[in-house]
Structure formats: structure tokens, C-alpha cells
Ligand binder design. Structure first.
Ligand code: FUL
Length: 480
């Protein structure tokens, strides 16, 4: 009898101290490389090529390669600028729609080895890959599926050529983090002299599944961008703005590169089966390529800050384009504005005012998942609620009245994106009032940042009203 009660006591103790298991994932969930990619948050884009020297956006495919002649090209200047602007990597137009290749390739004559640059000995892809290594940046490539130079564009042999180009890039320049599969196709082109309009079946012509499988095999850490993913998706506009509601899911059977419903890409599919987070591509100038006439239209640090909150602050990444100029450099205004933008964001999101505040959760899954995890600065630790609890709140009480104007929230996305409605309130003199961020407070995802007029609060309360499962909140921050 005594033995039995000791046994029960022991079992009881074990039950009390037993680690509560983590919540089950709520599908779809991201691959590890997609999480790492999203954690980059901001990275650069470079549009550079024959267009740069011919004042064009969409070269026809007949421009003389000899006109490609940067006199002071310095890929390290690009990389230095990016590093100073806090950008974590860069994607280069290795080939744009005109078909001209910025690397010396045997697959076509329409490439840099037939240009004036370094008497045909240059390799912009290789030079930038090396500069990225030196400055600790990740590197990626844009390889336009549409090719206005190729005579066989529209035929099966072109698709084989396109896949061979991809293989060339995947195997020559070390680790890549992202491959950009553009969705544009304007139809007309030089096409080896045919000078006509050619239409292809966007959905099937390029055999993208085969291209993506090649990336998976040769660069397993790289993700593929297209309108439809599979790694990340176009946000549906070139203004750099994500939806205030932004699910990282798509219905994989519906979407494809060239998908016409851009509004859907902007917000994602609530009921999607595939994890395909949004990327906001936008240029620091009106055009993607350099045009002297746009020298006075460079986005300011203020403009870029606004874009940051509308992209990274809405569960997307920011892919900021720099049109490298005819000298082969990033123009001074562009680099200064980008660096000032970064410094400004660092200043604005500098000190989490919730560190040191008393935090209380309305419900908690257990010790490992307690509410203090949301201010520990570690993405991998999170506050979670019990199974069946998909609505709960966190209250932060300040030691003294505190002025705030921003709130940052992060879900622990390795277990899925869950929250579909939340609210933010401040307590003043015992009264709770909602803050007015001027936008709907629906999804959170990897990161959501709300801005509102400065307010002095005794406490801050975040109520997660609706969620697709138990809550898993990685970080909460407030800033002035
Ligand atoms: C578009 C292209 O047509 C533009 O030229 C540019 O490259 C942009 C990023 O993607 O689809």
C-alpha cells in the first residue's frame, strides 16, 4: 500500500514537471531555408546590362554587345554600399529580356565576352559573386525566361537552352540564395532577325518544375522566386507594398508564373496549401535600369522607410533595386539614401520598451512557453497557448508611463502562420483604448509592425482574437 502511494506520488511529480510538448504545426509550414530567407528581411536587386547603355527598359534583343562598356565598374563598390545599407544579399540580372548574358558563356554569343568591357575578358556575375563573399552578402541571380534575342524562342530547343543557362549559373558561382524567375512576356522581339510577336503558353512552355528541381538539386539552400513560388512569390505590384492582410500561403494548384490575379498575390490565399511568402520588389528610381533623366528622382530615406514598413512590416521581404549606371557604379544619391534609410530604421527600432515591463498572459502552455519569451530577443523561443486555445492576450505593464508609437509582432512561423485577427490597446489612467494604426490588424506572420501617433501608456495589451490554432508568438516589441 505504502509502495503504491509512493509510486503515485512519483508519477504525480513527474506529471507536474514534465515538459509540455510544443504545439503541433498548423500546415502549411515553411522549409527551413524559407525561414532563413525571410529573416534576411531586406536585400538588393541590380538591373544592369545593355539596357543601361542604351537608355532602355526592355531591350529588343538586337542591341550591339559592343555598346556594353562600363568604364569604372567596381562590384565591390556595390557590395560595400549594400553592406552599409544593411542589405543582406543581392540578386543580379544575369540575363534580362534582351537575352544578353553578363557572364561569359559558351551557350550563346550574345554575352559579355563580345562586349567592350575589359576587352571581352570581364564577368560581371563572377565579379559580383566574389565581392559578395568579401563583404559577407548572399548572392542570387535573375535569369529571364523571356529572351528576345534567341531565334528559337517559342520552340522546344529554346527551353533546353534556358535550362542549360540555368545549370551554368547554378554550378559556376558558388552558393546562391535565390533564383529569380521573371513572369513578364511582352511577345515581340528580334528573335534572331524574325522581328515578330511570339506568344508562348506561360503555364507550360518553360517547364518550370524541371528548372525548380534542378535548383533543388544543385543549390539546395536556394529558393525560387516567381509569381507562384515555390520558394517565394511576387507581391503583385512593383511599388514594394504588401497587403495589410498577408498570408504566406498559396493554393498551389491554382497559381503559376504569369498568374494574372495580382490582388491575390498581394494578400496570399488564406486556404493555401503551400508556404510561399511574399517578396516586395521595387526600384530606388522610377525605372529598373539606369536612365540619366531619372537622376533627380531617387527615392529618399523617408520614401524607403515608408516602403520598409509596408513590406517587412507586413510579413514580406524588401528587394530594393539599384540601377547601376553607365560607369558601372551605384550613383552617389542612391547609395547615400539607402544608407540613411538603414540608419533611420535602426534608430526607429532601436530599444524595445517592453523589456523590463511586467508581462502577463491570459493563458500559457507551460513553463517552456511562458510569456517572457516574447521579449527575450530570441526568435526561436516563443510564448504558446494550450491546445484548443486560439484566443488570448498579453498585457505589458510599464514601470512608469511610457511614450510609444510602434508595435512589432512576430509569430514563430516554423510552426505555421496562425493569427488572423488581433488588436492593440494602451491603458491610460485605468482606461483601455485601441491604438489607431490606420490599417487592418489581421495577419502577423513572420513580422508585423504597426505605427500610430505617439501615445503615453501605463500598459500595452495585445489581444489575439482569432487564430488557426494555439498561439505561438516569438517576439513583441514597442518603440517610440
Ligand atoms: C519585370 C520585368 O519586366 C522588368 O523589366 C523588371 O526586371 C522587373 C523586376 O520584373 O517583370
Amino acid at each position: 500500500m505504502k509502495k503504491l502511494s509512493i509510486l503515485f506520488l512519483a508519477l504525480g511529480l513527474a506529471a507536474c514537471t514534465k515538459e509540455v510538448p510544443a504545439p503541433e504545426p498548423v500546415y502549411p509550414i515553411p522549409a527551413q531555408k524559407q525561414v532563413k530567407w525571410q529573416q534576411m528581411e531586406t536585400y538588393a536587386f541590380i538591373h544592369f546590362g545593355l539596357n543601361t547603355f542604351n537608355d532602355m527598359e526592355w531591350g529588343y534583343g538586337d542591341t550591339d554587345p559592343m555598346t556594353f562598356n562600363p568604364t569604372h565598374l567596381d562590384a565591390e563598390q556595390w557590395a560595400r554600399t549594400f553592406a552599409e545599407a544593411g542589405l543582406k544579399g543581392v540578386i543580379l540580372t544575369a540575363k534580362h529580356h534582351d537575352g544578353f548574358c553578363l557572364w561569359p558563356t559558351e551557350l550563346t554569343d550574345y554575352n559579355i565576352s563580345h562586349s567592350a568591357y575589359k576587352d571581352g575578358k570581364g564577368d560581371v556575375v563572377g565579379e559580383l559573386a566574389a565581392a559578395c563573399k568579401k563583404y559577407g552578402l548572399k548572392f542570387g541571380v535573375y535569369l529571364s525566361p523571356w529572351d528576345r534575342n534567341r531565334a528559337d524562342y517559342g520552340e522546344q530547343s529554346y527551353v533546353e537552352y534556358y535550362h542549360a543557362q540555368l545549370q551554368d549559373l547554378l554550378t559556376r558561382y558558388g552558393d546562391l540564395f535565390e533564383i529569380w524567375f521573371d513572369g513578364a512576356n511582352g511577345g515581340d522581339g528580334y528573335y534572331g532577325g524574325a522581328r515578330e510577336r511570339r506568344n508562348i503558353d506561360r503555364r507550360n512552355y518553360y517547364d518550370f518544375p524541371k528548372a525548380w528541381a534542378m535548383v533543388e538539386q544543385l543549390q539546395p539552400d536556394a529558393i525560387c522566386f516567381s509569381d507562384a513560388g515555390p520558394g517565394c512569390r511576387w507581391v503583385g505590384n512593383e511599388r514594394g507594398i504588401a497587403g495589410t492582410t498577408n498570408w504566406s500561403f498559396l493554393r498551389s494548384a491554382d497559381v503559376y508564373p504569369g498568374y494574372p490575379n495580382m490582388d491575390e498575390l498581394n494578400v496570399g490565399h488564406t486556404d493555401g496549401d503551400a508556404w510561399v511568402a511574399a517578396e516586395c520588389d521595387v526600384s530606388i528610381r522610377p525605372g529598373w535600369f539606369y536612365h540619366e533623366s531619372e537622376d533627380d528622382q531617387v527615392k529618399t530615406a523617408d520614401d524607403l522607410t515608408e516602403l520598409y514598413y509596408q513590406s517587412v512590416g507586413r510579413n514580406a521581404t524588401l528587394l530594393l533595386n539599384f540601377p547601376v549606371n553607365k560607369e558601372g557604379l551605384i550613383s552617389k544619391t542612391d547609395s547615400l539614401n539607402a544608407v540613411h534609410f538603414h540608419q533611420r530604421i535602426q534608430r526607429e527600432l532601436n530599444q524595445n520598451l517592453l523589456v523590463g515591463a511586467k508581462v502577463e498572459a491570459s493563458e500559457t502552455r507551460g513553463k517552456t512557453f511562458n510569456a517572457n519569451k516574447v521579449t527575450d530577443g530570441a526568435f526561436d523561443s516563443y510564448w504558446a497557448t494550450s491546445d484548443g486555445v486560439s484566443s488570448a492576450s498579453l498585457t505589458f505593464t510599464f514601470r512608469e508611463p511610457t511614450v510609444l508609437s510602434k508595435v512589432l509582432l512576430q509569430e514563430y512561423i516554423p510552426l505555421g502562420q496562425r493569427v488572423s485577427r488581433f488588436s492593440v490597446e494602451v491603458q491610460k489612467g485605468g482606461e483601455w483604448q485601441a491604438v489607431d494604426a490606420g490599417e487592418e490588424t489581421t495577419t502577423i506572420g513572420y513580422k508585423r509592425i504597426l505605427r500610430f501617433p505617439e501615445t503615453t501608456a501605463d500598459a500595452l495589451r495585445i489581444t489575439f482574437i482569432e487564430s488557426r490554432g494555439p498561439l505561438c508568438i516569438s517576439e513583441v516589441a514597442a518603440y517610440k
